[in-house]
Design a protein around this ligand. Structure first.
Ligand code: FES
Length: 86
């Protein structure tokens, strides 16, 4: 099954949120990394994943981790590749 990354892009007024924390910028890096590797993974925009104070948050599917503090796209990519290697 093709991996799908659900990236929270929620914005909360007056509070920390994934969008405000750089989720779109991380998503752009991940798109580039995935394309450069020819992985064909899907990326979907997600509503709030319920861990706003720990964001930006990304849920990997199927059965992947819920990653917190996703501010560095290359570091997130490394964590995701580790997940896929098992
Ligand atoms: S705003 Fe992203 S988890 Fe709530």
């Amino acid at each position: 099954m093709t991996p799908t990354l659900f990236i929270c892009v929620n914005r909360r007024r007056g509070a920390g949120s994934c969008s405000g924390g750089g989720a779109y910028e991380v998503m752009a890096v991940l798109r580039t990394e995935i394309e450069a590797r020819g992985l064909g993974w899907d990326i979907r925009l997600s509503p709030c994943l319920g861990h706003c104070a720990l964001g930006p948050n990304i849920k990997a599917s199927p059965n992947g981790p819920l990653l917190h503090g996703c501010t560095d796209g290359k570091e997130v990519m490394a964590r995701l590749l580790e997940w896929r290697r098992g």
